[in-house]
Design a protein around this ligand. Structure first.
Ligand code: FAD
Length: 380
């Protein structure tokens, strides 16, 4: 089959790899330059759960990752606005780690390097899709036309392919921003990620460990609050006030902030010829680090179904399976976002009681750990 994939980010590139491994002919079209690993950690980092780490290892991607741009993490902790803290450890379920912190750019680079080894893969960086003729099954970039049997849209949250195909979206802005900051610390950082919910609707703050003395700090605040701090020095002061009591002195290396938006496509496939994966189909609140994990699950489901069924049946089954799973995760993120940030006793009491119960019950911790490691998903 001739497959055109639009978007060579983490999800599009891994889709291209799966397609190539199934023997399809692939054109991977990416508006940006071919990825390459920079001098230091980029601020775009993803916690990839253990189920997907194993999958990436089987695909041969993990062995290609830049050694210093991923770190296994063994612990995970959540603290509610009322100060109830629950710690989860990989050892509780007999595992060595819960997953890996991976630089997005490093993962994308490893995928592109692998793809370059397949004769039937045509990598097309710096080409932007501008047109689609569904009847003729061709897609047009600023350079040329490509014909396809299957068009995979992996072009992110503002999917041009979905717009050209007339696929609608539903969603909203949360009105919050997520600030990401890479820092060098004086104290050693344990290989554990944590998140603390602040009282008075101030949003959570969190840490992703990157190396012995490096971390990515995450601070969710209302849109206006981050936008009003225009100077880097103001941001550094705000971060130090929040994080230094917990991690000691640090030096700010780089930062950036992103608006939070929830969005989902109203259909995942069209005319048995176009299919949406990753953020092109759904973008979710990043507070539990599930976005790209869901995108990888889309790709796993798509190629499992494409291999087993005629294309039309595969795409329909894909839409049913992934819409249900992704919406469930979106609702869970909303429950956490609105529940944990709520001042209302109706939200706070169950969270308080629930966290206290999880703290005491090993079976509940094991259940949550299995979810966090991605092991309640169907096999790829
Ligand atoms: C602050 C933050 C933290 C996050 N942390 C985590 C985490 O810890 N764990 C996790 O699982 N997820 C996390 N996510 C979510 C994760 O980053 C996204 O789900 C993931 O990047 C989506 O990958 P993608 O390949 O689908 O889309 P993208 O990364 O958006 O890639 C789309 C690609 O398509 C290309 N493109 C766009 N338009 C065109 C066009 N017209 N023609 C050609 N190419 C085009 C773009 O250049 C881009 O390379 C986080 C997100 C945010 C915002």
């Amino acid at each position: 089959m001739k497959i055109v994939i639009v978007g060579g980010g983490m999800v599009g590139a891994v889709a291209a790899l799966c397609a190539a491994k199934q023997g399809h002919q692939v054109h991977l079209i990416e508006a940006g330059a071919a990825p390459k690993v920079g001098e230091d950690w980029d601020i775009r980092i993803s916690s990839i759960h253990q189920h997907n780490v194993q999958w990436l290892t089987q695909l041969g991607v993990f062995a290609r990752l830049h050694d210093e741009r991923h770190l296994p993490y063994t612990g995970l902790s959540v603290t509610s606005a009322d100060g109830v803290q629950v710690d989860f450890e990989a050892a509780t379920v007999g595992a060595e780690k819960l997953g890996e912190m991976i630089e997005n750019n490093a993962l994308q680079t490893a995928l592109w390097e692998l793809l370059a080894e397949f004769e039937q893969v045509n990598l097309c960086p710096q080409q932007r899709v501008v047109g689609l003729d569904l009847a003729a099954q061709t897609i047009t970039t600023n350079e040329q036309d490509y014909s396809f049997d299957l068009l995979i849209a992996a072009d992110g949250a503002n999917s041009m392919v979905a717009r050209l195909a007339g696929i609608g979206f539903r969603g909203w802005d949360y009105g919050w921003r997520c600030l990401l900051a890479n820092v060098e610390t004086e104290q050693a950082i344990p290989a554990a990620t944590w998140e603390v919910f602040r009282p008075q609707q101030r949003g959570p703050f969190a840490l992703l460990p990157l190396a012995a003395n490096k971390a990515c700090l995450i601070d969710y605040r209302r849109e206006q609050e981050w936008l009003s701090l225009a100077e880097p020095a103001q941001i550094e002061t705000a971060l130090k006030e929040q994080f230094e009591p917990l991690i000691g002195h640090f030096t700010l290396e780089q930062f950036g902030h992103f608006p939070l938006r929830r969005q989902r496509a109203l259909q995942y496939s069209l005319a048995d010829k176009i299919v949406l994966v990753g953020d092109a189909a759904h973008s979710i609140h990043p507070l539990a680090g599930q976005g790209v994990n869901l995108g990888f699950a889309d790709v796993q489901a798509l190629f499992r179904l494409v291999q087993a069924h005629p294309l039309a049946a595969a795409l329909q089954a894909y839409g049913r399976e992934r819409t249900a799973a992704n919406q469930q995760m979106m609702r869970a993120m909303d429950l956490i976002h609105f529940g944990f940030n709520s001042q209302h006793w109706l939200a706070r009491v169950p969270i308080h009681l629930g966290l206290n119960m999880v703290k005491r019950q090993a079976w509940a911790q094991k259940l949550i750990l299995k979810e966090a490691m991605g092991f309640n998903l169907p096999e790829a």
